[in-house]
Write a protein that binds this ligand. Sequence first.
Ligand SMILES: [Zn+2]
Length: 275
Amino acid sequence: MLIDSHAHLDSERYADDREAMLGRAWAAGVGTVLSIGIGEGPAEMHQALDLCREFNGRPNLPRLFASAGIYPHCTPEADDAALAKLDALLAEPEVIACGEIGLDYYHEGAPRDVQKKGLIRQLEIAAARKRPILIHCRPKDEHTDAWDDLFVILEEHWTGTGLGGIMHCFGGGWEQARRSLEIGFLVSFAGNITYPKAQPLRDVAVRMPLDRILVETDAPWLAPAPNRGERNEPAWVAQTANCLAELMGKDPAEIATETARNFHRLFPAEQVMGN
Ligand SMILES: [Zn+2]
C-alpha cells in the first residue's frame, strides 16, 4: 500500500470531513499517513499526535503517525517552553519524526539568523530523542542560498547522528538532490511534480535511485493535476506515485512498494510500532 509521507491532517480545512477524507485515502490504497505536527505555531504542535490517538484503531482508515516541529516562519516562537513541548512530544511513540523544520528564504517569515538558530536547537532535541528529521527548504527564486546554508548546518549538527531524514516536497535541482543523497537523506516528491512547468523537477526525479524516494501530498496544499488548486488530501498521493512511475518506466505498484520500504527503513518497525 502507498504511504503519504507528509500531510497536514490537522488543518482546519478538514474540520467537517476528516474521517471521510481518511476513508477515501484507505480506499485509494493509502495504508499509512505521516501527519505533520506544526499547526499554526508551537501552541498547536500536539495536534498531529491527537489525531493519531483519535483515529488509530478504527477500521478501514490508514495507520497514522505524527511528527512535531517548529516551522521556519515560527522560529521566533521557539522559546524554552516551546522547545520543552517539542522534546516531550518526541518522546511519544507515535511521534516518529521532528519536522517540518528547516530554512525558508522565499517568504522569509523570520530573520535568517533566527531560522538557523531555531533549526539548530531542534536538531539537538531530535538527536537526543533519536528521531529522524523532516526538512523544509525553500530558497529565493533563482538562488540556492537556503540550500547552501542548510547543508552547512546539517553537516555540522546532524549527519554525525546517523539518524537521517527526509527532504520534504523536494524542489531543488540535481546538485541539491545529489547532496541530499550523499548525506543519507530520502527525497520526497509532492503533487507539484505533476505541474506543466515542473519539467526541471521531473528531470531530477528520473535520475533518483528507487531506494531513496518517497511520495507525499503536503495536503491540504499542492493538489496534483488534474485537481490542482483544490483542497488536496492523502488519497491523491496515488497521482504523484503514478507520475513518478511513468517517469521512471516502472509499474505504479512497484513505486508503492519501494517508497513504503524506504519509509520503513528510515522509521524501523520497532519504532513505528511504538515499542
Ligand atoms: Zn508541509
